[in-house]
Write a protein that binds this ligand. Sequence first.
Ligand SMILES: [Zn+2]
Length: 87
Amino acid sequence: MSELKPCPFCGGEGCIQRHEFVGYTDTFGIVCLDCGCETRQFFTHKKTAVRAWNRRADSAPTINTKQVKYFDEDENVWKIGEVIVSE
Ligand SMILES: [Zn+2]
């Protein structure tokens, strides 16, 4: 499944779905196995569905995080956590 880039929302694994409608040509879409977001469009070719999914993945912003040390007052210990930083 390496042709699919990670989900643009959660980074999860995308999965190709085949939609079968009686009397119509099968269509394809992509759904994220982790958060459930999907292309919400019926593509007649698998390749087109993959391209649409990957285009969204390309435009997803990168989330930068950095590690910070903080004091947990409940457990009375120092811990390492992660915060989101801009740029
Ligand atoms: Zn997802």
